[in-house]
Design a protein around this ligand. Structure first.
Ligand SMILES: Cc1ncc(COP(=O)(O)O)c(C=O)c1O
Length: 395
């Protein structure tokens, strides 16, 4: 057998997003791509902002000497300084280039962080529903995922977190704005979480990292202000990317930020830099680093995503679906009218609408819709949602 038993097993359990993608490919072949309404992937249909192309042309017309060479494993100093300046502006915390490591997307950042901090068997708390790859990343580095449910508004319960934290707890991963729910955690919650972590650290004589996965931080609606965990826990680690806020997922550019006042930061950051190298990433892509250095204050059109959110939310609730209105990101996580979310997702497929069952995010009984698609796809899916609503009466 060419692959390990473990990988064969992991592949078979696989990602529901991937599975839906593959089933969608069959439907597209059968009905024609224009007749299949694919809301299964978080792959933004929007092109990057104009400023990105301006920087790209500038760089092509005036190449920098040595711009394609190896660099420090942490990334270009100028890019890290630009990231630190922007993050300082957003959080009010004074960060410098020293606290930033450029990475291959948020996925690369998460792997670097987990590789750096985990001892074998260390526990990492996840809050369901969660981005499914977290489990693989924790497993990659010998950790154990401890999954806790959230409440009916998809907010974590502090009591449940308190009960779950033991001497073996090394980190908790939070993701706000959230994939798949679109929920944004408020300042009060983040503050209370920081306090709880410190209480448990003192109790067990440990350090517990608050890993904040923030690729949707700038895609936020209704004037809500994003509360940064950096303001509430010294052992916060920010992992993020420009995959969504600049619509550059293929360019694999992101970063890690550590708290400037954490007294273990020097060793922690040296650990990140070492792991960025030894995991084989070596450094984040040079070209993308040159570009995003000048784009720290640029974001895709949030208004365009808000319009899509409003259209979908009004349409679905009008049909009787039960949905928490997303405050950020570009996903919706309605309750499945059928108890069996996979069965419901398959029903939607009958009308050529592709979504992902909630169990793919650790929360059966729901389904995820990704609305980072063009308006034609979103509008085309409405008929399918309507037919399914008439058949199963979600209201
Ligand atoms: C919550 C979350 N974290 C991390 C990632 C990975 O993003 P990146 O492309 O920056 O690696 C994604 C991608 O969809 C995501 O939704």
């Amino acid at each position: 057998m060419p692959i390990s038993e473990k990988i064969r097993k992991d592949m078979a359990e696989g990602s529901w997003i991937r599975r839906m993608f593959e089933e969608g490919a069959i439907l597209k072949h059968r009905y024609g791509a224009e007749n299949v309404f694919d809301l299964s992937l978080g792959n933004p249909v929007m092109e990057p902002p104009d400023e990105f192309f301006r920087e790209l042309k500038k760089l092509a017309n005036h190449p920098l000497p040595g711009m394609h060479r190896y660099m420090e494993n942490a990334g270009y100093l100028e890019t890290r300084a630009a990231v630190a300046e922007q993050l300082s502006r957003e959080t009010g915390i004074n960060l410098t280039a020293k606290e930033i490591v450029m990475t291959c997307g948020a996925a690369g950042a998460l792997n670097v962080v987990l590789k750096t901090i985990l001892n074998p068997g260390d526990e990492v708390i996840l809050l369901a529903p969660y981005f499914v790859e977290y489990r693989n990343y924790i497993d990659n580095h010998g950790g154990v995922a401890v999954v806790l449910p959230t409440d009916e508004r998809f907010l974590p319960g502090l009591d449940a977190i308190e009960a779950a934290i033991g001497a073996g707890t090394r980190a908790i991963i939070i993701n706000s704005p959230n994939n798949p729910t679109g929920v944004v955690y408020g300042e009060g919650l983040i503050h209370a979480l920081g306090e709880l972590l410190r209480k448990k650290e003192a109790q067990h004589n440990t350090e517990i990292f608050l890993i904040s996965d923030e690729p949707y931080r700038k895609i936020i609606y209704d004037g809500i202000k994003y509360p940064s965990p950096l303001c509430h826990h010294l052992r916060s680690i920010i992992v993020t990317s420009h995959s969504k806020d600049l619509a550059l997922p293929g360019e694999r550019i992101g970063y890690i930020a550590a708290h400037p006042e954490y007294n273990g930061k020097e060793e922690l950051l040296n650990g990140f830099i070492f792991c960025n190298r030894t995991l084989g990433y070596v450094n984040a892509p040079a070209l993308a680093q040159h570009l995003v250095r000048h784009l720290q204050q640029v974001t895709v059109s949030v208004a365009a995503y808000r319009k899509k959110r409003d259209f979908l939310y009004e349409s679905l609730t009008g049909m009787g679906y039960s949905v928490i209105k997303p405050q950020g990101a570009f996903y919706m996580f309605p309750r499945s009218p059928l108890e069996d979310d996979v069965a419901f997702v398959r029903e939607l497929q009958q009308w050529q609408v592709l979504t992902v069952p909630g169990r793919g995010f650790g929360t059966p009984g729901y389904f995820r819709i990704s609305y980072c698609v063009d308006d034609r796809t979103l509008e085309g899916a409405i008929t399918g949602f309507q037919k399914a609503a008439r058949k199963f009466n979600p209201g």
